[in-house]
Ligand binder design. Structure first.
Ligand SMILES: Cc1cc2nc3c(=O)[nH]c(=O)nc-3n(C[C@H](O)[C@H](O)[C@H](O)COP(=O)(O)OP(=O)(O)OC[C@H]3O[C@@H](n4cnc5c(N)ncnc54)[C@H](O)[C@@H]3O)c2cc1C
Length: 454
């Protein structure tokens, strides 16, 4: 997709780092006439020829919206760090109705946890099961130290089974995994940790009361929870939450451990309400003229989510919204302000690599290479190449994930130089990022060879 947009750079303008601020409406009809954006430090009014499509994602990183709409203290984002729900505010300004504001999807281990880490950082997405966190002398404690999730339940997209259906989970501010010394060793002995920081963030105490103090839980409650857990474990039946007796082992005499958790969130579903023609609706369910939406901004999933539904509606509503927004609208045509056209030079397609490569310098024997095939799009490298030797590989630009793709960016340049080739083994689990890096180095090397031939 990205490649095709770049190929059509003359037909398609792409403006990165140019956030939409407001929709512009006709004062008589309330029809949407365009968008006000911020580009190169100035506010610019963009006139729409036929329609505007809002596809601004969710509000994953807006704490106020999460508290107001979802009604939970906080969620730990394991996806995008950039969606702040701008679309919601803009849609509200033009009278759109909102829907599915409470729905969100999660993932990761147990019912959908990740580990607590600094607020501005993405949470660790742990895709594979991690049985040691749900089997043995271990449980999840809420803020006060009580149990509230069936630890051995495998969540469905972060939803927990409750009263006959799969619900968004109960969320606490500072839940913890609580475990004993035997469990500590079990986790330690079972090989490479899916989260390398696990033991670094784990707190230790000699008594369960002391542990409670350290994690700001209620010592009496936490002690009672452990005693109940031990009883259920000895009886082989979890009367509180229905965890399998086989998965429970009574706690030993300590020391005890607590690892901070957070409820993981992939993405929100809420946004402006849309109909089957992708038209954004107002509070009376009437379409707001010339305004359309697609993707998870106002996704169609209400409370329950079908796996794959988000990307499906990106494709389906993207097509419907695009076609309907592009259809000629006579009223807008009549109102087009021809005189406004030439006012500001906004530039063309920011994705086009020719202009982007010019931002980077090259010295003697240095060549730039680019690939658009990374998980996050573009990868730009600078290689130093002479006498048929790849002497240095520098990654100048990449947008790969910190936890997975980054490994390829860190490890492969060194290997390429050592083996004097871009054709090196990919990093396990980061094959797309590896491929993109190899392709960028190949591009640079071809330029180097071409330069020495001429
Ligand atoms: C780790 C992970 C795995 C997933 N796996 C699946 C899966 O397997 N199947 C599935 O169906 N779904 C999956 N999802 C969900 C799915 O990926 C998302 O719902 C989908 O990508 C959303 O696409 P979108 O285009 O609607 O929004 P986004 O991809 O979030 O794009 C919104 C864009 O709008 C931009 N934006 C925000 N505000 C402004 C503004 N003011 N002006 C201009 N631009 C703005 C943002 O920067 C962003 O680029 C997954 C999500 C995550 C995080």
């Amino acid at each position: 997709m990205r490649g095709q947009v770049i190929q059509r750079e003359k037909q398609i303008d792409v403006w990165l780092g140019s956030p939409a601020r407001h929709l512009i409406t006709d004062s008589e009809t309330s029809a949407v006439m365009g968008v006000q954006i911020e580009r190169n430090g100035q506010l610019v009014n963009i006139q729409a020829r036929n329609g505007v499509v809002m596809s601004m994602g969710g509000f994953e990183n807006n704490t106020e919206y999460i508290q107001n709409f979802i009604g939970v203290p906080k969620l730990k984002v394991i996806g995008t760090l950039y969606n702040k729900g701008d679309g919601i505010r803009m849609a509200q300004e033009v009278g759109a109705s909102l829907w599915h504001m409470k729905s969100f999807e999660g993932f990761s281990f147990n019912t959908g946890f990740t580990f607590e880490n600094p607020e501005e950082d993405r949470g660790k997405f742990i895709l594979s099961p991690w049985p040691d966190l749900s089997h043995g002398s271990i449980f999840v404690a809420a803020d006060d130290g009580s149990r509230y999730v069936r630890e051995d339940e495998s969540g469905r997209h972060g939803h927990a089974f409750e009263g006959g259906s799969w619900k968004n989970p109960t969320v606490f501010s500072h839940p913890h995994l609580i475990f004993d010394e035997t469990q500590y060793h079990q986790i330690e002995e079972n090989g490479e940790l899916p989260y390398s920081e696990f033991f670094n963030i784990t707190v230790k105490a000699n008594t369960i009361e002391e542990l409670a103090e350290k994690i700001k839980a209620n010592p009496i409650t936490l002690k009672q929870t452990m005693q109940h857990f031990n009883r259920f474990s000895n009886d082989g039946v979890d009367l509180a939450l229905g965890r399998s007796g086989d998965s429970m082992r009574a706690f030993d005499d300590g020391p005890y451990y607590a690892t901070p958790l957070a409820t993981a969130m992939l993405n929100t579903q809420g946004g402006a309400k849309r109909d089957e023609q992708a038209r954004v609706l107002d509070a009376q369910n009437n379409p707001i003229p010339h305004l359309y939406s697609a993707g998870e901004f106002g996704g169609i999933n209400a409370n329950q989510y079908n796996g794959g539904g988000n990307l499906a509606e990106c494709l389906i509503f993207g097509k419907i919204a695009g076609e309907n927004a592009a259809a000629v609208k006579q009223d807008l045509e009549a109102k087009l302000d021809q005189s406004a056209k030439e006012n500001v030079n906004l530039g063309g397609n920011d994705l086009a690599s020719a202009s982007v490569l010019s931002h980077y310098s090259t010295g003697k024997d240095q060549y730039l290479g680019v690939s658009e095939a990374g998980i996050g799009g573009r990868v730009i490298v600078r290689i130093t190449y002479s006498d048929d030797q790849l002497k240095k590989v520098e990654v100048l630009e990449e947008h790969e994930s910190e936890d997975v793709g980054q490994k390829a960016m860190d490890q492969l340049p060194k290997t390429m130089v050592e083996l004097n080739t871009y054709e090196v083994d990919s990093v396990t689990g980061a094959s797309t990022s590896s491929r993109a890096l190899k392709s960028a180095v190949k591009d640079a090397e071809q330029k180097a060879k071409h330069a020495t031939e001429n």
